[in-house]
Design a protein around this ligand. Structure first.
Ligand SMILES: [Zn+2]
Length: 214
């Protein structure tokens, strides 16, 4: 049976009850979950199911598997109490939306060919993404990108996310919509403020850009 992806319906829910659909070893499938599975450049959530630590979450087809640190103490069919590590997840949500703001501002500053080379990775410490760069990265211009991202945060823009079939979208006005299945806050103001910096060079023709919350 498909796991209901409840984190798309309300990304702010961090405590919920669910029914155990199936188990294999320490992997648990629930009827629906607010735990985000790793994917689309966003790290998995952690937390607890029935008091047991959830150490990773992944998708396999239409099912979402929660891996526990220890053997389950419940059975298939049990109702379990689930809790996300909310402080961690909220930081991930804020950083992930900041990564979208960076995407637009990088192109405004460096031109349309300055695109991400891969989906990157956002965890609770930082967002890192490799952008295509033909020339040397000018750090003063990267400073302007940081200022612009912080302006968009201060502008208190509403963040819209929605589904069209199996596809999820993310949008702030006046920018075009982007594909994204991650979890996000409702308004850019929730991000608070960011620092944008140059990371370790990932290879020729690319620059790693990192975002941290301040
Ligand atoms: Zn995204």
């Amino acid at each position: 049976m498909n796991t209901q992806r409840l984190y798309w319906i309300d990304p702010y829910v961090n405590q919920f009850k669910a029914k155990v659909e199936s188990m294999l070893g320490r992997d648990v499938v629930l009827d629906g979950t607010y735990f985000y599975p790793q994917g689309g450049g966003q790290i998995y959530d952690t937390g607890t199911i029935s008091g047991l630590r959830v150490v990773s979450v992944r998708r396999e087809g239409e099912r979402i598997l929660h891996t526990l640190a220890s053997e389950p103490t419940f059975q298939v069919g049990s109702e379990v109490e689930c809790k996300l590590d909310w402080e961690r997840r909220y930081r991930i949500m804020r950083l992930h939306s900041a990564a979208h703001l960076l995407y637009y501002t990088m192109q405004e500053e460096f031109g349309e060919e300055c695109k991400p080379a891969s989906p990157g990775l956002t965890d609770d410490a930082k967002s890192r993404e490799d952008y295509l760069f033909k020339e040397k990265l000018d750090l003063q211009r990267l400073q302007r990108v940081e200022e612009r991202v912080n302006e968009l945060i201060k502008a208190k823009l509403n963040i819209h996310t929605w589904s069209e079939g199996e596809t999820r979208y993310w949008k702030i006005d006046p920018y075009p919509a982007m594909l994204c299945g991650g979890t996000h806050p409702r308004n850019t103001s929730e991000i608070g403020g960011v620092k944008v910096s140059r990371g370790k060079k990932p290879g020729a023709g690319k620059e790693r850009i990192e975002i941290t919350l301040i």
